[in-house]
Design a protein around this ligand. Structure first.
Ligand SMILES: [Zn+2]
Length: 363
């Protein structure tokens, strides 16, 4: 069974207001889930609008990332208060926690992304981390959210850094799925991969303009936030498990195992992962275009102020046994790296990272 998309999607400047009657129909005792203090005002507005419609509203925040500790704590709050839906409003970690909880408790999930950093508002997937932000596993859910509210006015309040991060994460769709699906004959998967190519092209064209002018009157901005928040999710929905993530996300998951002093966003780490994946393709799969593709991406990533090396993520791979930890995690049994159409071992990872971190690429 495949869940392709949320049952209802509201998008545009008034998406939240337009969604209110549908939410009221669905739920009388929603729990509004959030995390960041920076988005507290928006959540207060969401709660007020729901209370004005005579709903019993409960508000809870994650204390950490999307981790089992937070999930179990909030699960008991939902049960105690007999909440009949979850309205997850925030970034990817909040959306993932909301979806996981809703599925566990068999209640509907309404996702209200407050940035374009992720397509988690769309997908039937939850990534689970430790309270420190180290990746543990991704959980495939039975269904996408019941309602997705993609309100442009909400998204517009997010820091520009979240949009740049969302662009990097959405770009990964093409670089990963085109590689993993190269041996798959399923037509639907091939079509999903082609959508990811168009998505990549649009981001290369519009990304810089979108980041420089975050306004709903800017078509490039509108296209870009919807590409990151909606289309990226659609590709996962259509392509399903076969349209998989590959090395870029495997590198992301491994890099989160090293705790650095500053916290980086999911897409910021995935972006570095794409560059490492391309270098890996060049070294192990004889991809003669890889170096050109790296240069093309570096131009955009620098314009977007995205990190482009592991050291820019605050991690010294040559310090203590960091390189070993990253290589071990990248090559663990359950890793996405094994979806690559060529074999990779720990030594390859050590080699590619060492080579990449020491090089200087002129663009
Ligand atoms: Zn991602």
């Amino acid at each position: 069974m495949q869940s392709i998309s949320p049952t209802s999607i509201f998008r545009g400047n008034d998406a939240w207001v337009e969604a209110l009657p549908k939410i009221t129909e669905l739920s009388k005792r929603p729990l509004v889930l959030g995390r960041s203090l920076k988005t507290a005002l928006l959540r207060n507005k969401i709660c007020k609008d729901l209370k004005d419609r005579n709903l019993n509203v409960y508000l809870e925040n994650l204390q950490f990332d999307c981790c089992y500790e937070d999930i179990f704590r909030i699960e008991s709050i939902i049960l105690q208060n007999k909440c009949d839906s979850i309205i997850a409003s925030g970034g990817g970690k909040v959306l993932d926690a909301g979806k996981y909880l809703a599925e566990n408790l068999s209640i509907p999930c309404i996702t209200v992304p407050l940035s374009a950093a992720t397509c988690a508002g769309w997908t039937a997937l939850s990534n689970i981390y430790t309270p420190n932000g180290q990746f543990i596993e991704d959980i495939q859910l039975n269904s996408c959210p019941k309602i997705l509210v993609f309100d442009h006015n909400f998204i517009q309040t997010a820091p520009v850094r979240t949009l740049a991060s969302g662009i990097a994460d959405a770009l990964a769709k093409w670089y990963e799925s085109s590689l993993t699906s190269s041996t798959i004959n399923d037509g639907i998967v091939q079509q999903a991969v082609q959508i990811s190519r168009v998505l990549r092209d649009q981001l290369l064209i519009d990304g810089k303009n979108a980041v420089n002018n975050q306004s709903d009157s800017n078509q490039a901005w509108k296209n870009t936030i919807e590409a990151c928040g909606l289309t990226a999710g659609l590709i996962g929905g259509i392509g399903g498990e076969m349209c998989r993530t590959a090395a870029a996300h495997a590198f992301h998951n491994a890099l989160t195992q090293i705790i650095s002093s500053k916290k980086y966003l999911h897409g910021e780490i995935v972006g570095v992962g794409i560059l490492l994946q391309l270098r890996l393709e060049e070294m192990k799969n004889n991809n003669k275009l890889a170096n050109q593709l790296i240069k093309q991406l570096l131009i955009l990533m620098k314009e977007l102020n995205l990190p482009t090396t592991i050291s820019e993520l605050g991690i010294d791979v040559f310090d203590s046994n960091n390189l070993e930890i990253i290589a071990d995690f990248t090559c663990r049994d359950k890793s996405e790296i094994h979806y690559l159409p060529f074999k990779i071992n720990k030594q390859d990872i050590i080699e590619v990272i060492t080579n990449y971190e020491k090089q200087e690429i002129s663009i």
